[in-house]
Structure formats: structure tokens, C-alpha cells
Design a protein around this ligand. Structure first.
Ligand SMILES: Cc1cc2nc3c(=O)[nH]c(=O)nc-3n(C[C@H](O)[C@H](O)[C@H](O)COP(=O)(O)OP(=O)(O)OC[C@H]3O[C@@H](n4cnc5c(N)ncnc54)[C@H](O)[C@@H]3O)c2cc1C
Ligand SMILES: NC(=O)c1ccc[n+]([C@@H]2O[C@H](COP(=O)([O-])OP(=O)(O)OC[C@H]3O[C@@H](n4cnc5c(N)ncnc54)[C@H](O)[C@@H]3O)[C@@H](O)[C@H]2O)c1
Length: 436
């Protein structure tokens, strides 16, 4: 059993761990990165990237379904296996790129499951020590403990599917449940969405959540709010799902999307010593330090915001704090977020300001919507009593891009009327809320 010393050891080669390792190595630090599965972690292998590939395919399906209204006639059919091959090739390319760039940056990569005790890390019977240990171990799907749970799929399974089930029941209508519902409905699956609360997307502003719910209903998604899944049984014709209400739904696949559990409990002795928040993630201070001396945490393993840009930014900033001349954590209040439904729903801050809330509803004239008409879109801006922009809420094509610009305006203290002084492009969606 050899012992090698590093400046920092980072556990987990996902968005946060890679960002930390590469930045710290670039600052001259000797870095060990430990990864038990695939470089790139959740986002690249079983999260954002494969999800967005499927989402883009679903968007094409929706456009094709509407094409005949513009006089375009073409027989369209979908071979999911071809899409799955393209997804897997794309992801493998990103992974290979990470492996090459880690080697270029001089980061030592060890494959295996890390067990951590203070600043000692054991992997495959070898012990490594460092001044700092960074926990960037991410999170995993929270299992749904019901009768017949062996029949359930989670997001990891779904994003490696090579065929598309015709009837899908999804439990949980948060980000993952709603995104999968939208994507597979667009591809032609029959979707039932079961949510324990009275609203879908319950971390989103209520106006956006309601708008997405209306779109789901329009698209034929069956919603069961205030309900849950009690049991699943395999029958000759599929999976018979019994809801808490007693209702029965037959499906070919059942997806549990009921949240994610931080990977804090699988770290060996450290698991018992870390102080965690209610989310199950490690509590950290403004320097991402945990309660254990020398141990930091970031990304989904830390009690911050479980989104890729936060993990990546925190990784970079922590590297500057530990191995450079200081860094500053991203302001969580100005983090933007998007649910990739059709069209996407995005927000920053809150639009329910005390001075006024401007709400614009419009029908897109720039894209093909569903066959029975263009997509309804919504855009809300909120201002405080001083007239300063407090938030933006958008459901529209390219909302995931637009929202970053609104966050930038908000951060720079934009006032009521500032948007009126912009001459927008015509015809475009933004002319609904810009131009005097
Ligand atoms: C279906 C889905 C869709 C998503 N879509 C989006 C999106 O569109 N936009 C967005 O911003 N976010 C999205 N997210 C969230 C995003 O993926 C995460 O916030 C992000 O990946 C967190 O990065 P991380 O580095 O903290 O953890 P991860 O990327 O999960 O990486 C952690 C790594 O640590 C490794 N590991 C764990 N324990 C050990 C151990 N003991 N030893 C060695 N290695 C270990 C794991 O194998 C993993 O590779 C999505 C998530 C899911 C599940
Ligand atoms: N586009 C994105 O940025 C994106 C996409 C996917 C995931 N993510 C990240 O991943 C995290 C996890 O996503 P998620 O969708 O798994 O969790 P979530 O917390 O967003 O949603 C889970 C939903 O399931 C419901 N639920 C929980 N238990 C239930 C039960 N037994 N029966 C019925 N409903 C139940 C909850 O009320 C909640 O609304 C998100 O918080 C987000 O940070 C981000």
C-alpha cells in the first residue's frame, strides 16, 4: 500500500470535479482526481447532454407534425435506435475529450471508488493524502420504495434507452418528470404524469408552472395531481400501475423522477463526520468548506443549487481560493434555470415585484408550432418599488438563452423603461416587450 501526496484530491469527475481539477492544475497545483464511473459525471453521461439531444429530436418531431400546415408534406417516421446511437457517439466523444485534456493539464486520474477519512483517501487499496480533499461526488436518483419497485426506471435508465416505450407513466413532476413527459409526448408516447403536490414544477414561479401545465393538457398528457404511485405489477400486456387514489393505469415503462440523493453516504468514514443539510448535501460556508478540517464540497454534493453551471463555477472558484490568489462564489440569487419542455420555461429572480408586473402573452409567428396553431408564449418582468428589475419569467422558444440576458440586465440594476429604449428586431418575439 503506497502513499502519495498531492496538493488537492478531488473525488468525482463530473462537472464540478473536472472544473476544479483542471483549473487547479492550471494554477500549478498537484492534483489527483478519483472517478468510479465515467468522466463527465451526470450532466454529460446521464443528464443534461443526453436529455438535450432527445429534447432536440422531440422539437423536430413537433415541427414535422405541424409541417403540413405550411404546405410541406413528407412521410416522417422515427427510428429511436438511430437517435440512441447518435446520443451515445456524441457522449463518448465528450468523454474522450475530457480524458485527453486531463492528461494535458497534468491531472493524475485514478479510477475507483474513494473512501475518505479526513484528508486521507483510499482507492483500490492505495492511500493518497493531500492538504485539501474536495468532495464532488454528485447525486443519484432517489428510489421510490413501493410494491413492484423492481419494475421502475430512473433517469439513468431512461437516458440509455434504445427504444421508446409507447405508454409511459412518470412519478414526480419536477424538472426531470416534466422534461421526460414533454420529450416522450412529442415523440408520440402516451404519457401519464403523477405528482404528489397540487402543482407541477413546484420550484418554478406559479404562473410559469400553470402555463406548462396548460400546455401539457393541450398536448394530451394525463395529469394526476395530489396523487402517488402505490404499486406496480407486471401483466401479460404491460405494467399495471395502481395509484394512491386507487386508479389503475397500464404502461410499458414507469419512471421514478422523485428527486435526487447527494452521494455523501458512500464515502467511508467521512460520511459519518460530515454535517449535512436537510437536502442530504454537505453544509458548506462561503469558501465551500465543510465542518471537517481540510475537506471542501461542491456541486450536487454541497447544499448549494444542483445545477451544472453552479457546479462548474464553484469548481473553478474553489481552485482559485485554494491554489490561486482567491476566488468568489457565484451569486445564487442570480442563477438562471430552465425546464426543457416545449417551448422551454425559464426564470431568474421573481417577477412578482411590488411596483408592477408586466405580463406579455403572445403567439409565436417565427416558428412552427403544433398542428392546430402556433405556440402560446409568456414573458413576465417584475420591478421593485424603486423600479429596478427583480425578475424575469419566460416560456418561449429560446427562453434558455434569453433568460441569461435578462439575468445580466437584472444584475446590472436595469430599471422600468430600460427595455423600451431598445429597438428590437421585427418580426421577433422580443418586440412584445422592447421598443417604446
Ligand atoms: C436527467 C437530468 C437532467 C439534467 N439536466 C440539467 C440541465 O439541463 N441543466 C443543468 O444545469 N443541470 C441539469 N441536471 C443537473 C446536473 O446534471 C447536475 O447538477 C450536475 O451534473 C452536478 O455535477 P457534479 O459535478 O456535482 O456531480 P456529477 O456530475 O454527478 O459527478 C459526480 C461524479 O462523482 C463520481 N463519484 C461519486 N462517488 C464517488 C466515489 N466515492 N469515488 C469516486 N467517484 C465518485 C460519480 O461517478 C460522478 O461521475 C440534470 C440532472 C439530471 C439527472
Ligand atoms: N433543466 C434542468 O436544469 C434540470 C433538469 C433535470 C434535473 N435538474 C436538477 O436535478 C434535480 C432533481 O430533479 P427531479 O426532477 O428528480 O427532482 P425535483 O425535486 O425537481 O422534482 C421531484 C418532484 O417529485 C415530486 N414527488 C416526490 N416524491 C413523490 C412521490 N412519492 N409521488 C409523487 N410525486 C413525488 C415532488 O413533489 C417534486 O415536485 C433538480 O432539482 C434540478 O436541480 C435540472
Amino acid at each position: 500500500m503506497t502513499q502519495t501526496t498531492f496538493h488537492s484530491i478531488v473525488i468525482g469527475g463530473g462537472s464540478g470535479g473536472l472544473s476544479f481539477a483542471r483549473t487547479a492544475a492550471g494554477l500549478g497545483a498537484k492534483i489527483l482526481l478519483v472517478e468510479k464511473e465515467d468522466l463527465g459525471g451526470t450532466c454529460v453521461n446521464r443528464g443534461c447532454v443526453p436529455k438535450k439531444i432527445l429534447w432536440s429530436a422531440g422539437q423536430m418531431q413537433r415541427a414535422l407534425a405541424a409541417a403540413h400546415t405550411t404546405g410541406i408534406f413528407s412521410p416522417a417516421s422515427m427510428d429511436f435506435q438511430t437517435l440512441a446511437n447518435r446520443r451515445d457517439t456524441h457522449i463518448a466523444g465528450i468523454r474522450d475529450g475530457f480524458e485527453a485534456s486531463l492528461a494535458e493539464d497534468g491531472v493524475t486520474l485514478v479510477r475507483g471508488q474513494a473512501q475518505v477519512d479526513g484528508t486521507c483517501v483510499r482507492v483500490n487499496d492505495t492511500t493518497y493524502t493531500a492538504e485539501h480533499v474536495v468532495i464532488a461526488t454528485g447525486a443519484r436518483p432517489t428510489p421510490l420504495d413501493i410494491e413492484g419497485s423492481e419494475h421502475l426506471s430512473d433517469s439513468r435508465d431512461v437516458l440509455s434507452w434504445t427504444s421508446r416505450p409507447a405508454r409511459i407513466l412518470i412519478v414526480g413532476a419536477g424538472y426531470i418528470g416534466c422534461e421526460f413527459a414533454a420529450i416522450f409526448a412529442a415523440m408520440g408516447s402516451d404519457i401519464t404524469l403523477v405528482q404528489d403536490g397540487t402543482t407541477i414544477l413546484d420550484t418554478f414561479p406559479p404562473v410559469l408552472a400553470q402555463h406548462v401545465q396548460d400546455m401539457f393538457e393541450h398536448d394530451g398528457v394525463t395529469l394526476h395531481l395530489g396523487s402517488g404511485l402505490a404499486a406496480v405489477h407486471r401483466t401479460d400486456t404491460g405494467l399495471r400501475c395502481t395509484l394512491a387514489s386507487g386508479a389503475q393505469v397500464e404502461a410499458d415503462a414507469v419512471i421514478a423522477a422523485v428527486g435526487r440523493t447527494p452521494n455523501i453516504d458512500t464515502l467511508g468514514p467521512l460520511s459519518d463526520n460530515l454535517v449535512c443539510a436537510d437536502s442530504g448535501a454537505a453544509q458548506v460556508d462561503d469558501w465551500l468548506a465543510t465542518n471537517v478540517p481540510g475537506v471542501h464540497a461542491l456541486g450536487d454534493a454541497a447544499d448549494r443549487m444542483p445545477l451544472t453551471p453552479v457546479a462548474t463555477s464553484d469548481g473553478r472558484q474553489l481552485a482559485h481560493m485554494l491554489h490561486g490568489d482567491g476566488g468568489a462564489l457565484i451569486d445564487l440569487d442570480n442563477v438562471t434555470t430552465t425546464a426543457f419542455v416545449y417551448p422551454p420555461a425559464a426564470f431568474v429572480g421573481t417577477a412578482d415585484g411590488s411596483l408592477r408586473t408586466d405580463t406579455f402573452r403572445t403567439l409565436s409567428d417565427s416558428v412552427l408550432g403544433p398542428a392546430d396553431g402556433p405556440e402560446p408564449q409568456i414573458f413576465r418582468l417584475g420591478f421593485d418599488t424603486g423600479g429596478t428589475l427583480t425578475g424575469a419569467e419566460i416560456v418561449a422558444d429560446h427562453a434558455e438563452d434569453l433568460i441569461a440576458l435578462l439575468a445580466s440586465l437584472r444584475r446590472s440594476g436595469a430599471k422600468v423603461g430600460d427595455l423600451d429604449r431598445i429597438a428590437p428586431i421585427h418580426p421577433s418575439f422580443v418586440e412584445e416587450f422592447t421598443g417604446g
